[in-house]
Design a protein around this ligand. Structure first.
Ligand code: CAO
Length: 626
């Protein structure tokens, strides 16, 4: 057993830095490379990893302490096989730490940006060029690619840190490698270069280094007045996104490229009519920064001249905020692959930045129908602009009442059905004078049987007969878009207004049951619904739905089809009305019905036949015997 003092390694500064986190406790058994403390300067924060495995005997610092290189941190007791002194601790220079390990560092020019995303985690295998982290400054967002293929050993930087040029990002185990590979090509680093055309017009061209990028957005349109520095277009490569600013104030005359185009070196972007007719300065190229490490933005690229201020790379601003969306290029690319409109995604990152997980969550919600919920989110899923949120408390006293699960489900289903089904609703008044007389004559017997004989069992029976007579109503659309599912059973759902919300229990084989049986079953299932005791099976397998508001009132309504069914009958309150019998007006009990159907499955002719048949049965119940 040997004890060694672990101290602050070379942190690239002589200034003292603050201990902001102690990651271990006395007695902890720790692994080599495990973080022991987190230090923070005004430029960066970094983890100090243990150079060896062992047991923590004592901790000599506390949170808030100021330390500098060489300050003691912890006392570690380890076996005879102690690792060498902290060679692999954060070093400002890119250098391999062991024969097969290398420290990837923040590349030149990428200082003062915030680490907004870690794209990999310890243990991940990365290929050369894979994005390791995303940095973002107020000027650009960019990904730092891996300089070599290997396995991520540990992270030294963490999300939220401020990048310091040369500061270590992570340790990479590189198979058989002993040196940092050459830095890849620098990212686009110069801005739009104006070419003078005379006559007050100038063609703005693709800046040096910005070729081979996708045009993902046109920020202005023909006729727009722009100021010098206003963003004209947004370009994106697989590593960075950037806006190309206008080199001068003026009016956009025409575009030479369109969204989706790939940029070519020096290619024309648009023509600008500059105010006063003065031409922009001669094309001035901005040197791409020297890349000594993995690519990163070069916010301090050389500026050609004061007149070409717009050519200053500082003017290439991040696309991450374009279109009011705050997201990095990797997230934008991912969103495009998933066909997700980022303006609809809620960001969970710092300052509402959208992360890849946010996009995934959004896709999941859309796929599971959760985005069809009421209010804004219902609109979001449908692709229709969301209804803006309103602060009602500004108009008076309010309270927020939690929606029940059933209510939320109903809202989602209604939105889904309303948006997916091309509805048609037909209306008819049915003469139920004889039916009502017959129904009332059954009152005493119904009481004896312990059932209630309302118009509903008659409607059930009549609808079942109409579904058999007009089978085009007893179908569902097949999800393959190629077939219709014809059903040879007749199950009918009844919409029940229960204390927990609207539920639709289903009565099975209605065509095979008599009125008494239907009245009894209907009574039972309605009670079960009102007591909140319906199980999923009670509500499945419907072919058609009846929604009756007859006991309440109203002369008509347009019910929403209960998909995957294709039709629903709305029943309103029967009333005595004068009906012309050919020679005189006679008082008749008229029942208003409204039949909504899915016009993809049912044509007007089918619906007309269904309605006429239903009408004929309800107005002369004896026809059920035929
Ligand atoms: N016209 C006139 N009177 C009617 C009638 C009609 N269409 N339908 C029923 N009535 C009468 C009944 O005969 C009964 O009167 P009596 O007690 O004198 O016999 C009274 O109204 C009450 O009926 P009920 O409510 O006991 O039974 P019901 O069969 O009419 O309705 C049910 C049951 C479950 C359908 C109903 O209670 C219900 O919940 N309806 C809500 C449906 C709904 O919310 N649909 C959504 C609308 S948007 O799609």
């Amino acid at each position: 057993m040997a004890t060694q003092m672990i101290s602050v390694p070379d942190i690239g500064t002589d200034d003292s830095v603050e201990v902001i986190e102690i990651c271990i406790s006395v007695g902890d058994k720790i692994e080599a490379e495990q973080s022991i403390v987190v230090l923070e300067s005004d430029k960066a924060s970094m983890d100090v990893p243990s150079p060896a495995a062992g047991v923590v005997k004592s901790i000599t610092v506390k949170v808030g302490d100021k330390v500098s290189q060489g300050s003691a941190l912890i006392e570690l007791e380890s076996g005879a096989d102690l690792a060498p002194a902290p060679e692999s601790t954060p070093a400002p220079e890119a250098a391999p730490t062991q024969s097969e390990e290398m420290t990837v560092v923040i590349p030149e020019g990428a200082g003062d940006a915030q680490v907004i995303e870690l794209c990999v985690k310890p243990g991940d295998q990365v290929a050369e060029g894979d994005s390791l982290i995303v940095l973002e400054s107020d000027k650009a967002s960019m990904e730092v690619p891996s300089p070599a293929a290997g396995t991520v050993v540990n992270f030294i930087i963490k999300q939220g840190d401020t990048s310091v040029e040369g500061a270590p990002i992570l340790t990479l185990a590189v198979a058989g490698s002993s040196s940092q590979p050459a830095a890849p090509k620098a990212e686009p680093s110069s801005a739009a270069t104006p070419a003078a055309t005379g006559g007050g017009e100038q063609v703005v061209v693709v800046p040096d280094g910005a070729e081979d990028a996708d045009v993902i957005e046109l920020c202005v349109k023909v006729g727009d007045m722009v100021k010098e520095g206003d963003s004209l277009i947004v370009l994106e490569t697989d590593k960075a996104s950037m806006e190309v600013p206008s080199p001068a104030a003026g009016k956009v005359v025409s575009f030479s490229i369109k969204q989706g185009d790939k940029t070519v070196k020096g290619g024309a972007i648009l023509t600008l009519e500059t105010s006063g007719g003065q031409t922009a300065p001669a094309t001035t190229k901005t040197e791409a920064p020297k890349a000594q490490a993995p690519t990163a933005p070069t916010s301090k690229a050389p500026v050609a001249s004061s007149a070409s201020a717009a050519v200053d790379e500082a003017a290439i601003v991040a696309a991450s905020r374009s279109a009011d969306v705050y997201a990095g290029p990797a997230v934008r690319k991912f969103a495009r692959e998933m066909a997700v409109d980022l303006t609809r995604v809620k960001g969970s990152g710092d300052r509402n930045r959208i992360t890849k997980d946010d996009v995934k969550t959004y896709v999941k919600q859309v796929m599971t129908g959760q985005q069809a919920a009421p209010g804004a989110s219902a609109s979001v899923g449908s692709g229709i602009p969301a209804i803006p949120a309103v602060d009602f408390s500004q108009f008076g006293e309010i309270e927020l009442v939690k929606m029940s699960k059933i209510k939320k489900l109903t809202a989602a289903n209604m939105s889904r059905n309303w948006l997916n089904i091309p509805h048609v609703t037909q209306f008819d008044d049915v003469d139920i004078t004889e039916l009502e007389a017959f129904r009332k004559s059954l009152a005493a017997e119904a009481e004896k049987r312990g059932v209630k004989m309302t118009p509903l069992p008659f409607l059930l029976k009549a609808c079942a007969a109409a579904l058999v007579a007009e089978p085009s109503f007893n179908v569902s659309m097949h999800s393959d878009g190629e077939h219709i599912v014809q059903k040879h059973y007749v199950n009918i759902g009844i919409a029940v207004d229960s204390p927990i919300g609207l539920v639709v229990p289903v009565l099975k084989d209605v065509d095979k049951k008599g009125l008494w049986e239907l009245a009894a079953e209907f009574g039972e299932i309605t009670k079960k619904a009102r007591d909140g005791k319906l199980g999923p099976k009670d509500m499945q397998g419907g072919c058609f739905t009846i929604s009756s508001l007859g006991a309440m009132g109203g002369t008509g309504f347009t019910p929403i089809v209960n998909a995957p069914e294709v039709a629903i009958l709305g029943v309103s309150k029967a009333a005595m009305k004068p009906v012309w019998d050919g020679s005189t007006f006679v008082p008749r009990q008229m029942l208003p019905l409204s039949l909504s159907y899915d016009h993809r499955a049912i044509n007007g002719g089918d619906a007309g036949r269904f309605f006429v048949y239903l009408n004929s049965i309800l107005s002369d119940i004896r026809r059920l015997l035929l």
